[in-house]
Ligand binder design. Sequence first.
Ligand code: NAD
Length: 276
Amino acid sequence: MTIPSIALNDGNHIPLLGLGTYKTPADTTAEVVGEAIRLGYRHIDTAALYGNEAGVGRAVRDSGLPRSEFFVTTKVWNTEQGAAKTAAAFEKSMDELGLDTVDLYLIHWPCPGNDLYVDTWRELERIRESGRARSIGVSNFAPEHLERLAQETSIKPVLNQIELHPALQQREIVDYCREHGIEIESWGPLGQGKYPLLEMPEITAAAAAHGKTPAQVVLRWHVQQRFIVFPKSTSPARLAENMDVFDFALSDAEMAAITALESGRRGGPDPREFNA
Ligand code: NAD
């Protein structure tokens, strides 16, 4: 099964679907990621916070496939913002991953109360110039945070990784990013299991109509809007299920019915207030 890729604003390409690893235990990460790679996943999303970069890197190195086939993302955690700390955090992530380069390095949260994200971004620019991160981007940034980067720094983020699922569609951020050539990644694409998304009639009806599962319908709703997704699972059956979303299309009416599920329901912290 081939997963399509899309072009980023710096000319690099990213597979539209990958594997999330938040809460994947460190001691089983290499095994889970190895299984995902055997199934055809080539894009893995991790973070220093997740404590499992070593397992991700090991699975990529042990796959027997060329490094160039993979797209690996990691992120600098909030307590490591500011140029010097971020430079050290990047070295630590690269040591953990055991790779020469990372495909995408992200600022995990803006933490506006700490006012360090501009300085942190300048360090990401230097890291990109060194060639060790092929692309750089942000996560959980609101338009005003992106606007400050645009005013005060040189390189535009390739993408913004934000909480996005049918109950929280973040249209203001999506519109800003689309206008400025910044791609969107949906974190928590299945709602993190925090509300009964997969039982909602709009989803189950589309699943029945297409002979697909509710999770596949929700993931299709994302990729059909060009939102990059990396659902998390540790089960081989679900890993296979979650990537199998490129052989059907939701109708305009099915897309609209799912889009109408917006309720402003946030599962994670509000990035405008989160400064941990
Ligand atoms: P998710 O929406 O991917 O949900 C994961 C949950 O859904 C798990 O409990 C899993 O058991 C269940 N699930 C997976 N496949 C399923 C299926 N086919 N059917 C039924 N249930 C299924 O939530 P997530 O893991 O939080 O988000 C995806 C990834 O996004 C993370 O793993 C991480 O890589 C990233 N993330 C980033 C941030 C950020 O701040 N940048 C925050 C959270 C997550």
